[in-house]
Design a protein around this ligand. Sequence first.
Ligand SMILES: [Zn+2]
Length: 85
Amino acid sequence: MYEVTCATCATQVLVEKFSPVHTSIQWTTDARTACPEFARHIAEGRDPDRIPGCEALRASIDDQVRRGRVPTDSLRREPTPGQFD
Ligand SMILES: [Zn+2]
């Protein structure tokens, strides 16, 4: 998993892409309150695992992908707590 910070609300998430079109986002507990859009979805009763996050976060993720910081073909593996590579 790769750490990406939202440029707007500073929410930190872990991102992994198994293909250019697939994006897996792992929210931290803090993100659920830090991102206003995420908090709104939660308030509406949505499944946290299916919330794509705020627009700015998606833009931030795309930006990191463009910079090559998040590979789009990473092999599926379990995240290691406390370690981002
Ligand atoms: Zn955000």
